[in-house]
Each structure stands twice: as structure tokens, then as C-alpha cells.
Design a protein. Sequence first.
Length: 322
Amino acid sequence: MREKKKNKKFQWSHKHLIGLSDLSRQEIEFILDTAQGFEKFSTRSIKKAPTLRGKVVVNMFFEDSTRTRNSFTLAASRLSADVIEFSKKVSAVSKGETLIDTARNLEAMGVDIVVIRHSAGGAPKLLSRSINACVVNAGDGFHEHPTQALLDVYTIRRQRGSLDGLKIGIVGDIAHSRVARSDIYAMTKLGAEVTLIGPPTLMPGGVENLPVKVSYSLDDVIEDLDVINMLRIQFERMGGNPFPSVREYSHYFGLTVDRMKRAKPDITVMHPGPINRGLEIESEVADGPNSVILKQVANGLAVRMGVLFLVNQAAIQQGKEE
Ligand code: CP
């Protein structure tokens, strides 16, 4: 209650959302509280709010996406913004136009918020320094995927009340995962104890500098976990083979029905998607009673409405101050 009162007085000041590493606990909680206010829109007969009426949001996705792209499109539409769907394949990028020139040209059409996914870590930051529009990172290289982590912690908070003291395992391909990086920042700032679990070949360089524990055996730690987040093995980002065989990986690190028997009965099972069924998680577990995977997707909509709302508010405020 006291926390809510404190957040009411809090003024959001960021017109870009590039990552969670620099955000405070209070700022992350403010985004979650704002998102919670938008959650009820999904159950209303009229699902729209006029919040971004007259504003233009462009979805600039240089990598494929199902969840993030459509969620941002729907979030912007529900806030009554006009939405431009930029696609690398049918744009002048194929003729050699740069990212900055592309964004500046879109901005010249009156774009207010750029949502960007790019294979290069740092692309959203670069963009935020080159254009006046708000920039929201929808996933950049191995760097960060802030709205995925926000919807992850939002979902955990909805399920468990709070992250304080929770033991959370993030399992699998940590090395190539921007989700893991943003999750680590969000989860630890909200008070959870995070353990990264996977083979040494899938641990990122510099893991010892992160505020996490590390385990190379899922069986050693599964009994202690309150929440388990299974990551996708990102074959498309790997140069060579990080493990001898898919079967072997599954045997040691897959979330199987058998392994679930050793977990706490109320363990929360998460996955950011897309799922490699039968590799990092068995279908019976992904679709089972402990899974919140589709709730994560549903919550992503409220979280992205909250983020679009807040960055626009900050831009309006900064415009007044200039
Ligand atoms: N979780 C996630 O980023 O999924 P998409 O690649 O489908 O956006």
C-alpha cells in the first residue's frame, strides 16, 4: 500500500526504453503498476483508450517475431495510435539504406515512437541518439529484450504476489539470450535470487560479474526453485555445436515430466517462446497446470501498452520543458 502511494508521486522521465540495466526497482515497479492499469482493457467490450490518438508508432523489425511484434501492434492500436509496420524485406534497406536514414525518413512522416528489433546489440541506443522520436527496444542482438523481461516479472508478480525472496532458475542458452540478460536485471532488482543453469558452453562470458548463482546441473537445483524459465536454444545464433547432441542436451537440461516430479508442486513454469517442443521443454509440461506461458503472452499486451504510454508521457513532458 505504502509502495503504491510512493509510486503515485513518482514521475516517469524516460522517453526511450533501451534496457533494464539502468532502471531502478522503483522505475520497474512503476512500469508494472502502469501496465496493471491497462490489463482490464482486454476484458472490456470496447478495448480502446484514446491515450495515443494522433500519435504514430512504427514497428521496425529487422528480425522475425510473432509475439513481440503483434503485441506492440495491438498495444499501439488499443491506445488509438496509427501504426506503421516496417518490414526489412520490402523496404529500401534491401537497396542499402542505413538504419539511421531509414528511421529519419520515417520520422519525417511524423512518427512519434519507434519500436525496434535488430540483430545488432546497441542498434536501439544508436537510434535514440539520432532521432527525436521515442525509441523502444524490442530485442537487440544478445543485449536486452526489456519488454519480455517486464512481462516475465509482471507475470510472476501476478502469480506469486511479489518476487522478493523467490528462487528463480533461468535454464539453457544463456549465452545467446537477450531475454536472460534483461530477466536477470529485472528479477534481481525486484528481490529474487536468480540461478543460471546450463552447460558451460552456453554460459555468457563475464557471468561472474552478474548478480546470479550458476549451476551446471538442473537436477542439483530443481527442488529449490519457485520459478523456472526455460530458454529457447537459439541455433540460428550459434557458430558451432555447443553440446554433443540435441538428445543429450534434453537429457540433462530439458524440463521433462519426470524432472517435474522432483520440483515443488507449485513451481511456476515459464518460457519466452517460441518453444522447441521436446528439446528444452516437453509438451506435457509446456501445456501443463504449472505453465504460465500463454499468460506471459497475454500480459505482454498490458506491459507494452504501459511502456508506450509512459515513453509518450515523458516525451510530452520534455517537450514542455524545452
Ligand atoms: N519472446 C519473443 O520475443 O518472441 P518473438 O520472437 O515471437 O517476438
